[in-house]
Design a protein around this ligand. Structure first.
Ligand code: FAD
Length: 458
């Protein structure tokens, strides 16, 4: 519990309705998509950057942890208040401030849901490509802070490629404006890039300037079904070398298909061991010419079926299926350890073999799906944490997966970030010296370590 005077100070600044201490509400802000849990002491819901500054001033003076929180959909425990303290929810800072069509950028508050950004851009004939599968619920502040990826990364990159500038409230209670509205800048250290992926440990993002691009003229969505993972992997490798670059190249293994089968075309329900969801976008003529080439590559590699989604509702249904895989996996087991390793694209088939070996060695069911076109797979170790012996094996399997990933020159996180769940593994990838440098950088922004303590490293 926080001292009474701290609660009073927060209420004086924000008003009573924006300072929440009910146990029921605290529970709702105690976890994220990892299902890790720890109750915060208090929740605050600022509406303006000045209110964020006031909260930080109070917390910094009292040396109380502050945990910035978007929608709490993170897969690394980033918004879980592991040391208690103040959960600073950005949900009420959800305005789209400006859309500049001439210079193609959008200025937003951090609590805007990513789908709303995509829709607002599309209404102006513009495109915001980053497309995490949680797009309908996650916030742009969370996306920026985790460096979120998504299905379109293969052609368009990830969130970091679309952040031009930020306003960030730092622990001392100042707001720094970093980045630019111009197409480029070489003015000093790139603090904008540094802030992307910093997981709420260096400041609270209060405003973002996002790069937009022209909306593609046409998009085609297709599914290709395979009798085995290897044929799907060989298509991925051929497509990546071909001059036709898909905008989406998503992979689902047999179990991923099974858990969302009711949403998939009939043929996928019957016989597929692996499925690719492929999109092609761009000028109409280019897309129309590219489609037969993709079909030819898929069929040459033994695709059982190749089907174009002919209506927008067919297309929407496929995307609903793809986006539902992650939550639907709980049909298999009550506990899911969801890792998001990434390897160079040419090493993807080796990663698939490593996963099969780990599954056999540790006698665990492992389900894989994800952004194969980017070498980024979601590896889900399905277990039950109440079965202690099996859960111990699952933890060993995670370490083995990270070791294999690093042997293949990959990274332990392609998009979810480190948070708490991977904090003990970060040094495996970056080494102790790099972590010391990261700690020094954090200290420059947050000398009292109040911002999201207990994350990134242990
Ligand atoms: C079904 C499902 C599918 C998903 N698919 C994808 C996917 O395809 N790609 C992907 O990258 N992720 C995916 N995720 C993970 C998650 O949605 C992303 O990490 C997302 O970016 C988190 O956004 P959020 O608003 O929920 O942030 P939260 O979970 O609330 O927070 C995430 C981190 O950001 C920090 N943070 C939040 N807002 C701010 C702010 N304004 N200032 C400073 N720090 C802040 C928090 O402290 C925390 O460390 C998925 C999750 C689910 C449940």
């Amino acid at each position: 519990m926080l001292p009474r005077h701290v609660v009073d100070n927060l209420q004086n600044v924000l008003g009573k309705e924006s300072v929440i201490t009910d146990r029921e509400a605290l529970l709702c802000y105690s976890y994220d998509a990892t299902r890790l849990e720890r109750l915060p002491d208090i929740i605050v819901k600022p509406v303006t950057p000045d209110e964020v500054v006031s909260i930080l001033n109070i917390a910094n003076h009292e040396k109380i942890p502050v945990i910035p929180r978007g929608a709490g959909t993170g897969f690394a425990g980033g918004s879980v208040p592991v040391q208690g303290g103040v959960v600073l929810s950005l949900q009420n800072m959800d305005r789209i401030i400006e859309i500049n069509k001439d210079d193609m950028y959008m200025v937003v508050e951090p609590g805007v849901v990513t789908k709303a950004i995509q829709k607002a851009a599309e209404a102006e004939g513009l495109f915001y490509p980053p497309d995490p599968s949680s797009v309908n619920i996650c916030t742009i502040g969370g996306n920026i802070s985790t460096g979120a990826g998504g299905a379109r990364g293969i052609k368009y990159g990830t969130t970091k490629d679309y952040v031009m500038g930020l306003d960030v409230a730092i622990a001392s209670g100042e707001i720094i404006s970093i980045g630019t509205r111009a197409p480029r800048s070489a003015a000093g250290y790139d603090l904008t890039r540094l802030m992307v992926g910093s997981e709420g440990t260096m400041g609270v993002i209060t405003k973002a300037i996002l790069r937009l691009i022209p909306l593609p003229e046409k998009t085609i969505t297709v599914t290709a079904l395979f009798s085995g993972m290897n044929s799907a992997a060989s298509v991925i490798s051929l497509l990546l070398k071909s001059p036709v670059r898909p905008s989406v190249l998503e992979f689902l293994d047999r179990e991923s298909i099974r858990v969302v089968r009711d949403l998939l075309p009939l043929k996928a329900r019957e016989k597929a061991e692996a499925m690719l969801l492929i999109e092609l976008d761009g000028p109409e003529g280019t897309v129309d010419k590219g489609l037969p080439k993709i079909e030819e590559i898929c069929k040459r590699s033994g695709a059982l079926d190749f089907e174009v989604a002919s209506t927008s509702s067919d297309r929407e249904r496929l995307w609903t299926a793809r986006r539902s895989v992650s939550p639907a996996l709980y049909k298999i087991n009550p506990t899911k350890i969801n890792e998001d390793v990434v390897v160079p694209r040419s090493r993807l088939s080796e990663l698939i073999v490593e996963i099969e070996n780990i599954s056999l060695k540790y006698k665990l069911q492992i389900v894989s799906f994800g952004h194969a076109g980017d070498g980024n797979l979601h590896i889900n170790i399905m277990t039950d944490e109440k079965n202690h012996e099996e859960f111990e094996r699952a933890k060993k399997a995670v370490k083995a997966l990270f070791e294999a990933t690093l042997r293949l020159n990959g990274s332990i996180s392609g998009e979810h970030g480190i948070g708490v769940t991977k904090a003990s593994f970060l040094s495996m990838e970056v080494g102790k010296m790099a972590i010391e440098i990261m700690k020094g950088i954090k200290k420059a922004f947050d000398p009292n370590n109040i911002l999201n303590p207990g994350k990134l490293w242990i």
